[in-house]
Ligand binder design. Structure first.
Ligand code: FPP
Length: 255
């Protein structure tokens, strides 16, 4: 997989800027099941096609110069699906790491995993650790894989860590700032998403990056995830380019 961040596109440049290219794009890859059902196929076939769309998306993100891509690949609520679908998704993650890791590494992609680790099988945990470890010094696109992820649980874990530090006398309650909280989240050190794209017509966050999305722009499109292609991605980026981000302030012309 060749992922070559382009140097000639404008990247976002801090608060109040009218950046044309988001630094960080997060995806809620929705509609795999509907895509398959509409074709008389098993839902798992939709997930398989969804993996192809994911590969396309990572490649394109690198090509156009996006710095961070986050994908919602398995939510903490997805355990409620039928056992066969859950185990298919676990298998798909394994296949993704086993088949694509060396190519992603060669393409200088750095992989970060976010989400709860406690419910995952040791085999999967080992694969995820291997992916993070192998790619930790890469300097190209950062691919953040949200797996067994739920934002409320992430925030609760962060609050527990802060409480432990207070109990240990390392931190005063007054020192619990937005920065301190951000620093305890799974996404610590990453920029917040500039753009969150959800496919398949639903317009909700579904417990994804609730803290980090405070000033994200949202883009919803009707394509089911397996149909999401370069043109659909470019359309979302172009729409983002026309948004005016004010972060609660005023348009410069209004001051
Ligand atoms: C939501 O569609 C999608 C998921 C729960 C899984 C997303 C997985 C992929 C895109 C494949 C890549 C996966 C990994 C693990 C790297 P849905 O099944 O809820 O669709 P529906 O709303 O139409 O039923």
């Amino acid at each position: 997989m060749s992922v070559n961040p382009s140097q000639n596109l404008q990247t976002s440049a801090g608060k109040g800027s009218t950046s044309k290219l988001p630094r960080h794009v997060a995806f809620i890859m929705d509609g795999n099941g509907r895509w398959a059902t509409a074709r008389g196929l098993a839902r798992t076939e939709g997930h398989r096609k969804g993996l192809e769309a994911l590969r396309r998306t990572i490649r394109h993100a690198g090509r156009i110069g996006i710095e961070v891509v986050t994908i919602y690949s398995f939510s903490s609520e997805n355990w409620n699906r039928p056992k066969t679908e859950v185990s298919f998704l676990m298998g798909l993650l394994r296949r993704f790491v086993q088949r694509d890791l060396s190519e992603l590494h060669e393409a200088n992609v750095r992989i970060r995993i976010i989400g709860g680790r406690s419910d995952l099988e040791p085999g999967i945990l080992a694969l995820l650790a291997e992916a993070e470890d192998l790619t930790k010094n890469n300097t190209g696109l950062t691919l953040v894989v949200a797996f067994n992820y739920g934002a409320r649980a992430e925030m609760a874990r962060a609050a527990q860590n802060l409480a432990r530090k207070v109990l240990a006398g390392e931190l005063s309650p007054e020192a619990i700032s937005e920065e301190a909280m951000s620093g305890e989240l799974d996404t610590s050190g990453l920029p917040d998403p500039d753009l969150i794209i959800r496919t398949s017509g639903e317009m909700r966050l579904s417990n994804f990056l609730l803290w980090q999305a405070a000033y994200s722009e949202f883009y919803f499109c009707d394509e089911h995830w397996p149909d999401f292609d370069e043109a659909a991605f470019d359309k979302a980026i172009s729409c983002f380019g026309n948004r005016e981000r004010r972060y609660g302030g005023l348009d410069a012309k209004a001051i």
